[in-house]
Design a protein around this ligand. Sequence first.
Ligand SMILES: *[C@@H]1O[C@H](CO)[C@@H](O)[C@H](O)[C@H]1NC(C)=O
Ligand SMILES: *[C@@H]1O[C@H](CO)[C@@H](O)[C@H](O)[C@H]1NC(C)=O
Ligand SMILES: *[C@@H]1O[C@H](CO)[C@@H](O)[C@H](O)[C@H]1NC(C)=O
Length: 497
Amino acid sequence: MCTFSSISLIFLFAIFKFDGLHSADTTIWGPGLDPLIVLPARYFYVQYDQEKFNIADFNVLISGKTKNGNNCRVWTNILDRKDASFIVRYKLYEICYEFRILVENKKTLKKYWNYFDQGPIYPDECDCSKVSIDTWLSNTKCRTNIEQINNDLNQFKNVNFKTVFGKMAKFYSQHPHSTSVCHYVVKNNLIFRKCYGEYTGFKMFMDNLLLSLNRKVFLPDLEFFVNLGDWPLSSPKELFPLFSWCGSNYSVDIVMPTYDITESALENMGRVTLDMLSVQGNIEKPWSQKIEKGFWMGRDSSKHRLNLVELSKKNSDILNASITNFFFYKELKEKYGPGKKPISFFKFFDYKYLLNIDGTVAAYRFPYLLVGDSLIFKQESEYYEHFYSELIPWVHYVPVKRHLDDLLDLIDIMMSDDKTARKISLNGQKYAREHLAPHNILGYYLLLFQNYSKFLTSVEVRPNMDAVISTPNSPNQIPCQCEPEPEPSMKNIKTEL
Ligand SMILES: *[C@@H]1O[C@H](CO)[C@@H](O)[C@H](O)[C@H]1NC(C)=O
Ligand SMILES: *[C@@H]1O[C@H](CO)[C@@H](O)[C@H](O)[C@H]1NC(C)=O
Ligand SMILES: *[C@@H]1O[C@H](CO)[C@@H](O)[C@H](O)[C@H]1NC(C)=O
């Protein structure tokens, strides 16, 4: 390994920090290359020339020292995408110093190093290093203009909680059996909430998100209501600013990423095993070996799903659809059952054509389906998640009529045009890889909150609100002794190629 003068180190750093590392046969990029960007699990991508190498030719080592000079606890996980690229993700369990990221090519002996000599590098759980939202978005290279956010927010000229608070609290507490909402206030980086309705368990998703963001950035003062249910609730007549996990053509709810993808962004390498990164590393069959059938499996949460199962019973040569759990239509179990034992989501990708069929609202599995390598057939729907408006039918997925009348024909067409099928599948995958990774999800919220805060005329902590504070999940509590703010110098960061 050669040494550079400090001038050229800074120069190299300036080149590589944001774009990752490039050489003729290997490219390395992603937010995890810069561990000063705090993420629940940090990750980066390695792409190599498949004529020359395979994944076994690479050696990856992520290491650091504790303050006492012991090896610091880092868990590293490699996810083989089987397309001449892999994901390296790692999670810190303590504060690390002398942090090193090494990707070594054992064949060419070429080493890709990132050194962070002084540290400290903080685990996600530590509330030690906050930056502005603008800095965070720019460091992670997240987008700073998203049309869905603009469209959702531009419906409101301004939002005055002095007048709207009472109206919304009253309106959304009328039907406590069926409607649950929480009112949140973020003021001076403290979080408060009060919930209305009988079923408020899902507030934990919003709590976790806000706490996580609040450790990373200085949040603006905010006041908003969150809809804890699946159905969008804000009618164009009232025009209440209500944040929801699912939007619809007939409501004006401000959409956020679903609680499902949000939680998996926060808990990848943690409580959650299915997340946008794990899917990419757990697909077994390559395109050419996939079973040429449409596949679907899930709960009975809509009539459409039952219709699909019926269609599949009659056309089992090209469709395999089954209900795992009868809950909504128990009385129809005879006809559409028997309930099938669920298989791992990763096994869905044994099939070449995967169907995305609405449940009660949009099917929140859509991002995970897209990021795999099968072709996705998406049912037309009035419901949408935060990113659907960026997808183009026949480019990123195959659109299927609401009542599924054209489904069999479409599968037929795609079977006879494998090239197009493959192309659409890769387009969908590319979109999901680039825009739905965990940092993109956090970035979406940050941009949404930042823009929304501009519409607010006053933010007040109102009576009877609870403070939302983190409750560390004890036995594995991570020790977080923050260092005094390090001066953000480039001197302690070196990159060599
Ligand atoms: C949101 O913020 C971005 C960046 O500051 C800006 O380009 C965009 O116009 C804003 N949108 C709204 C609705 O304020
Ligand atoms: C449908 O798929 C499941 C899961 O892969 C499989 O166990 C079952 O045998 C398939 N059914 C048919 C009829 O092919
Ligand atoms: C909902 O709106 C989108 C975008 O305007 C449109 O493409 C779609 O057909 C609409 N769906 C329904 C069921 O109204």
